[in-house]
Design a protein around this ligand. Structure first.
Ligand SMILES: Nc1ncnc2c1ncn2[C@@H]1O[C@H](COP(=O)(O)OP(=O)(O)OP(=O)(O)O)[C@@H](O)[C@H]1O
Ligand SMILES: [Mg+2]
Length: 347
């Protein structure tokens, strides 16, 4: 509350004083006049009654006008606005009557309603964007599957072409599965009210297991892997950290060309565990760098068919939930290093 209630109390008190003063003065004047003219008691009472009625009408009218301006008008405006917002018009905004330092309760309600409508509009945009992104990401692999499945129905295909088409279908289905899995994971993380139980575990061992899953991908691209892990026990949510390092390593392998190098390190820095994932891949330009953590954002169009741009959004979400920090350093054409600091986790 910006304007204190003291003003309203003082104003009420002043009005009461004024009313009493006017009544008393009027009574005295009338009494004086009556005494002068020598009129009877009945006349005095009638005149007094008239004065009281007149004053009552005057102040009631003043109060009605005041209520109309100060109470009913803003209440009607607020009511109309809430009705519009309830019907889904999130562009509704109310005009605040007073300066910020002279706000009354109605101004505050109006300001809060404006903020509420703004937030609802933002989440509406996010929701529609999310739906259109998911639909788009679903459509592409689905059309691939449909087209190649139709091709496979043709009888005059040689074995090699048949296998090629089947592989394309398998890859497109994998993309669909990844999309659904990541959307569900993201949804779960965003709606999770309680953090899963943290546990004590060896982070170096968990990282070694994660990197092991990329062995085939690394071999296929003839990528050299450099792993330097300090023995380190941490207290954190293991499954969440697996999401982080899985995605960072998957990106490192995906965006590094044949014969490149991927490195994974784990170090202890006081109570913090610091993990870096670096690669000698295509790198990230400045514009892309600003958006890599956005949902569905894919900077490198040559890899757009591999994945849906949800990996780093998931990573960021997890890091935020765990209270860690993630930074990226990159030079186009030279490579990228992601550094994750898991604060106060070393035990
Ligand atoms: N190591 C990296 N090297 C170069 N670019 C990267 C690297 N990591 C991320 N990026 C850029 O950031 C974008 C977003 O990454 P993100 O992991 O969110 O999506 P994705 O890998 O394209 O798809 P998904 O993770 O859903 O499989 C990538 O499309 C790419 O442009
Ligand atoms: Mg990714």
């Amino acid at each position: 509350m910006k304007q204190n209630n003291g003003w309203a109390t003082a104003w009420g008190f002043l009005l009461f004083l004024l009313t009493s003063a006017v009544s008393v003065t009027a009574t005295m004047l009338v009494y004086g006049k009556v005494e002068e003219t020598g009129a009877g008691l009945t006349t005095v009472i009638v005149v007094m009654l008239l004065v009281v009625v007149f004053l009552a009408v005057l102040f009631t009218t003043a109060d009605v006008i005041r209520r109309r301006i100060a109470v009913e008008k803003p209440t009607e405006q607020i009511l109309a606005a809430t009705e519009r917002i309830a019907k889904g018009d999130f562009n509704t905004r109310l005009t605040v009557e007073h300066r910020y330092d002279r706000y009354d309760q109605y101004d505050e309600i109006k300001e809060n309603l404006n903020l509420m409508a703004e937030e609802l509009k933002k989440s509406e945009i996010l929701k529609t964007d999310f739906i259109s992104n998911v639909s788009h990401e679903l459509k592409t692999p689905l059309s691939v599957i449909r087209a190649y499945a139709a091709e496979l129905q043709k009888e005059d295909l040689d074995d090699e072409t048949r296998k090629k088409y089947a592989d394309i279908i398998v890859n497109a289905s994998k993309r669909l599965t990844d999309l659904v899995t990541n959307v569900l994971k993201l949804n779960k993380l965003e709606n999770a009210k309680i953090l899963p139980e943290a546990e004590k575990f060896r982070l170096d061992e968990s990282l070694a297991e994660t990197v092991f899953a990329f062995e085939e991908g690394l071999e296929n691209k003839n990528i050299c892997l450099d792993v330097q892990l300090e023995e380190l026990s941490v207290y954190s949510v293991k499954s969440y950290l697996e999401i982080v390092f899985n995605n960072l390593l998957s990106n490192a392998v995906k965006f590094t060309n044949e014969g490149g190098r991927v490195a994974l390190t784990l170090k202890k820095l006081g109570k913090n565990a610091v993990v870096t994932v670096s690669d000698t891949g295509c790198g990230i330009d400045e514009e892309t760098g600003k958006r890599i953590f956005d949902k569905f954002y894919q900077g490198d169009t040559s890899h757009a068919l591999e994945g849906n741009g949800l990996g780093l959004a998931l990573v960021k979400k997890v890091i935020d939930i765990l209270g860690g920090e993630i930074t990226v350093e990159s030079e186009q054409g030279k490579g990228t290093t992601f550094t994750v600091v898991l604060k106060e986790t070393v035990v």
